[in-house]
Design a protein around this ligand. Structure first.
Ligand SMILES: [Zn+2]
Length: 510
């Protein structure tokens, strides 16, 4: 154990100065379950009225306009007051409000001490960071508690006060993210319920400031995740947040009808919208008066990592010199059909695990640098740092895919290098009797039929068959229907049996 010394979040280990990590929206794992006046915090930081909770998750369907309209602030005017304790955070609160005002037509106005208003926001410094959703009460609390005094967190809570919900609870979220509720405390799983709304059809946005972190509500933050983008290469979009996204701002403009006074209703293409000044606001990657020209994707490209489909060498940026600080790279290595990935370690040197204070969630975690090696599925694997992978060590994928996700914060280590090779997929040893089988590359909406040999007549003894079904993409699901199933009965199916195995998750059923 090395001697540690912390000052302003900087840790001195030997001669290395390392910053303790700070997640942009980590309050989900630290917020209380209730407010001081016993209101339940839904999805971590939202205070809902009974009516709102019923509408959010209830049975009413078929309404095109969002139910959120009922809770908007009239004319987008939001009076507010700061409590005595919140005055301490006055500067950062005001700069967060200013950012919302600069981007939309909503107006925040601080009430004078003597001034009255029928409805207003009341900034308090209670336990945790939370807010009501939309305008619901005459004096409506928004808590910027200890540790919440960061501009991003305040903009997020103010987003709730404007009427925003969380991005990952949209009705269409299953097209974009995969949940891992087995990593969430059963009592907390209700927070991942899907809502009935899709935010005025503004496209789903991983970079939204209203999106949960990857380890929100995790039973083991930093180590185990609770949600992932469907495409594992997109995970960097959620881990690196930088304030309100274009689509967050667009949604606020639509909710508060910021462009409805404009006489010339321009058509804005490629997801653009009409701003308060009646001109088109164009999303990243587009330009022109009506956003007509698209020259790049909406999302910023990742600086490193990619889909890998050929045998080659993979190195962390900077290798063999010191690694680059604040880097995230994701490689999705995919072998051709019928093959699997083998990774041979040529070098591996990251920052060590944190061995500081035992009572924090950070203890013994790879908090500065880490490599997540996923051999059995696309989303979760084993996390390594320090020199925990030895030269020559080999990783083999169970199916076609192997994913590496790498984060670096320390500038003192040299990173890693692996050699990627493709091997034939593991087979049954069919050393007994006859063997048969087939391999199918599946297409969407096409069914594939297999039968035991000689079906519907009896099958022959001493036969082993293997059928492999390759989905069009590794994120697809397959459905297996048995139309007929008559086998010899035996204890634990030891005589005759069918084994169903997922080469992606490794799950096996007999
Ligand atoms: Zn929130």
């Amino acid at each position: 154990v090395e001697d540690n010394e912390v000052e302003d979040g900087i840790l001195l280990i030997g001669e290395r100065e390392l910053q303790l990590p700070e997640l942009p929206l980590d309050f989900l794992n630290t917020n209380p379950a209730m407010t001081e006046d016993n209101k339940l915090l839904v999805q971590g930081d939202m205070v809902l009225t009974l009516d709102q909770a019923a509408k959010l998750y209830g049975g009413r369907t078929g309404r095109k306009a969002t139910y959120k309209d009922e809770y908007l602030w009239p004319n987008g005017e939001i009076p507010y007051k700061l409590s005595k304790q919140s005055k301490l955070d006055e500067d950062v609160i005001k700069s967060a409000l200013q950012f919302w005002m600069d981007s939309t037509c909503v107006k925040f106005r601080e009430l004078k001490t003597y001034e009255k208003a029928p409805n207003y926001l009341y900034f308090v410094r209670e336990n945790g960071c939370w807010s009501s959703v939309g305008m619901v009460e005459n004096e409506q609390k928004i808590s910027i508690g200890p540790g919440c005094d960061k501009k991003q967190v305040i903009m997020h809570e103010v987003g709730h006060a404007l009427g925003f919900h969380h991005e990952q609870s949209r009705s269409d979220r299953d097209n974009h993210v995969v949940l891992f509720l087995e990593n969430v405390d059963p009592d907390m799983r209700f927070n991942f319920k899907k809502e009935r709304d899709n935010n005025y059809s503004v496209e789903y946005d991983y970079t939204s400031l209203m999106h949960y972190q990857l380890d929100g509500y995790s039973i083991d933050p930093f180590e185990v995740r609770t949600l992932m983008p469907k495409n594992p290469l997109d995970a960097y979009l959620i881990t690196e947040k930088s304030g309100l996204s274009f689509r967050d701002i667009k949604l606020a403009n639509l909710m508060y009808k910021c462009g409805s006074h404009c006489r010339n209703q321009l058509t804005c293409y490629h997801g653009g919208y009409i701003g308060p000044d009646c001109s088109c606001r164009c999303p990243p990657g587009t330009r022109g008066r009506q956003c007509g020209s698209k020259f790049q994707d909406y999302y910023p490209p990742n600086v490193c990592g990619e889909m890998v489909t050929s045998e080659r060498i993979i190195s962390s940026p900077g290798f063999p010199d010191q690694q680059k600080k604040d880097t995230t790279c994701i490689w999705w290595i995919q072998a051709p059909y019928g093959k699997r990935v083998q990774l041979v370690t040529k070098a591996f040197e990251l920052e060590n695990r944190y061995v500081g204070t035992k009572d924090t969630v950070l203890h013994k975690k790879c908090i500065w640098d880490k490599l997540d090696v996923r051999t059995d599925n696309l989303y979760m694997g084993t996390i390594y740092c320090g020199e925990e992978i030895k030269k020559g060590e080999v990783f083999t994928s169970s199916a076609r895919d192997l994913v590496l996700e790498y984060h670096a914060m320390s500038p003192y280590r040299k990173g890693f290098q692996f050699n990627v090779e493709f091997l034939p997929v593991r087979r049954f040893n069919s050393d007994i009797g006859k063997s048969c089988g087939n391999s199918f590359k599946m297409k969407y909406d096409v069914s594939y039929h297999v039968t035991t040999p000689k079906y519907p007549n009896n099958y022959e003894p001493e036969t082993k068959c293997e059928y492999t079904f390759w989905a069009p993409s590794s994120t697809d699901r397959l459905h297996l229907h048995f139309y007929d199933f008559i086998f010899e009965k035996s204890l634990s199916c030891s005589k005759d049996n069918v084994t169903i195995e997922s080469l992606v998750t490794g799950d096996t059923q007999v």
